[in-house]
Design a protein around this ligand. Structure first.
Ligand code: ACM
Ligand code: ZN
Length: 552
């Protein structure tokens, strides 16, 4: 029975009937659902099964296998050993270079499991699939006596639709400590996401240590107080300083990057520039057009105060910051933001106007000279990073003026920016707010929900997002690297609240990112919701229950 493409093989059905063999389950509750699932007769008992890796014991894959063995031992109460070097009874991880990037093949037999992949990611996604076929208690961190640890015999061959499967986290508006960021990464891992976009700086807080500019965190991480309620309906502030000690040391950044890498997850940092920089201006007022004084922002929204990019010293500041960021993050991409940068200060700043004249930038009816000034900043950053072997991602405002030649565009104001970028030959990550902003309400009954920024993105809306349009050429489709959801945290200040906004919408996102369109089914996904939620319960995750038809 091939469930992946919803065909039932008559021959297989006949064979099963003739041999009195019944597959163990109709439809394994695996999310994101694999490309091909072929169920077979019998089951494998995972309790006490050894995990073997035929490659070198001293590798990231071996570490992954060891962690899996430890977890199995913990929950089953029977020892699963990690064994390096040879194939045998138990779960065997075998490197197979004929499989592409993140693909894996998982064959579960009665006595032995074979998991083939060519990369750490492929092995991890295969293990995550195997894990989902075990009872939900495998997500807990204690002995689960009395569980049946059998896994149905099957053959699963799987690979993702998109190579970029991202999730964003804003730690500037509200800070989340290293432990929570690791937990966020664990949640991503379960859902086979491979990229964390870490939004580290904004008007309301600078959260990454930069050795050359200690005041960025010393002053820029702390705001005097915070707006209560919504921007347009409130001028009430809470009177409480926020942000003392709420930034990551460079060692902590390295710790998170390596924790993610061990799970096949790349961390892309964002230094949002040249707007969304009030926290940096508060620390170093000479970086602004007016010279300040500035305060770390206490409200949400878009500040007119941005970096004075007409001054060479500001550009040097940015290059210094990005140099340290490159030391910390090995990712191919560095996100340079570029969103929501008002031009009003530049229009009145002698330094910025002098730079505009020097560069010969002009209004052209479509964009102002100041838009082209921002394009100059992006392109300089692109060149600077390219010299260090890196590439830029920027929000879709980078299309305004002159897009930098090698920029990857993150399309957030809908999908039209992404479509235009693809037409221009640029790579694109689709993250439209109407479908994928996880700070939006999950229910129309707002009175039953924690205060959110607004909007309405229920789980089915996330699930329905399709990044390709009928009029896209194959070449344009090839430029869509993938899909990401964004977690802005103006209204999210605690760990439980963060998880509540994330789950189960992340599960819906994971199917958009992973499944081929013909393999996506809202009904099948909904049918898996109770099992999915049972896993979240076992892991101790907070999640929204609307999907279960239960508004508690
Ligand atoms: C954004 O939501 N300002 C990228
Ligand atoms: Zn200026």
């Amino acid at each position: 029975m091939i469930i992946g493409n919803r065909l039932i093989s008559l021959a297989a059905a006949f064979f099963m009937a003739a041999s009195c063999c019944r597959p163990a389950a109709e439809n394994p509750d695996i999310v994101p659902f694999p490309q091909n699932v072929e169920l077979k007769c019998g089951a494998f008992d995972a309790a006490g099964a050894d995990i073997r890796y035929t490659g070198d014991a001293d590798t990231a894959v071996a570490a992954l296998a060891m962690r899996f063995a430890d977890r199995l031992s913990l929950v089953t109460g029977q020892e699963s050993r990690f064994i390096s070097g040879h194939k045998g009874k138990g779960v065997n991880l075998i490197r197979d270079t004929s499989l592409s990037g993140e693909a894996y093949v998982l064959e579960v037999g009665r006595r032995r499991v074979i998991l083939r992949a060519s990369s750490l990611r492929g092995f991890n996604w295969g293990l995550q699939t195997f894990r989902q076929m075990l009872p939900p208690a495998v997500y807990g961190d204690s002995l689960a006596a009395g569980e049946d640890w059998s896994v149905p015999c099957c053959r699963i061959s799987d690979s993702p639709r998109f190579g970029y499967r991202g999730l964003h986290l804003d730690v500037a508006r509200h800070f989340f400590g290293v432990d929570m960021v690791k937990r966020y990464i664990d949640i991503m891992e379960i859902h086979k996401l491979n990229t964390l976009h870490w939004h580290l700086t904004d008007d309301q807080g600078w959260r990454v240590q930069i050795r050359k500019y200690p005041k960025l965190t010393g002053i820029g991480s702390i705001r005097r107080q915070t707006l209560v309620g919504h921007l347009d309906s409130s001028s009430v502030y809470d009177g409480k300083p926020y942000g003392e000690g709420m930034w990551y040391t460079q060692d902590q950044i390295r710790e998170v990057v390596s924790y993610a890498a061990a799970r096949g997850i790349t961390v892309i940092p964002e230094i949002d520039l040249p707007g969304h920089m009030v926290a940096a201006l508060a620390a170093y007022p000479e970086l602004g057009c007016t010279g300040g004084p500035y305060e770390v922002w206490q409200k949400w929204g878009i500040s007119d105060d941005v970096l004075c990019v007409g001054r060479e010293s500001t550009m040097e500041f940015l290059e210094d910051v990005l140099s340290e960021i490159c030391e910390l993050f090995p990712s191919e991409y560095i996100h340079i933001g570029g969103d929501e940068c008002p031009k009003v200060r530049w229009a009145h700043c002698p330094y910025c106007q002098k730079k505009i004249a020097e560069l010969g930038l002009k209004d052209d009816g479509k964009y102002s000279a100041e838009h082209y000034l921002q394009s100059y900043v992006s392109e300089r950053m692109e060149k600077f990073l390219a010299e260090r072997g890196r590439r830029i991602i920027a929000w879709d405002e980078i299309l305004e003026g002159q897009i930098s030649p090698d920029a990857t565009v993150m399309s957030w104001r809908g999908t039209s920016g992404g479509q235009e970028a693809a037409r221009l030959g640029h790579d694109v990550i689709m993250t439209p707010y109407e479908y994928l902003y996880l700070d939006y309400y999950q229910s129309e009954e707002r009175e039953n929900e924690p205060l959110a920024i607004g909007g309405y993105v229920p789980v089915e809306k996330c699930y329905s997002f399709e990044p390709f349009t009928a009029d896209m050429t194959d070449e344009q489709k090839a430029h869509i690297l993938g899909v990401q959801a964004n977690m802005w945290t103006e209204y999210i200040s605690g760990d439980d609240h963060l998880e509540y906004m994330l789950l189960p919408r992340l599960a819906a996102l994971s199917e958009v990112q992973w499944c081929q369109p013909g393999n996506r089914s809202w009904e099948r996904f909904l049918g898996s919701a109770p099992e999915l939620c049972a896993r979240y319960d076992a892991a101790g995750y907070t999640y929204a229950k609307h999907i279960l038809g239960n508004r508690e």
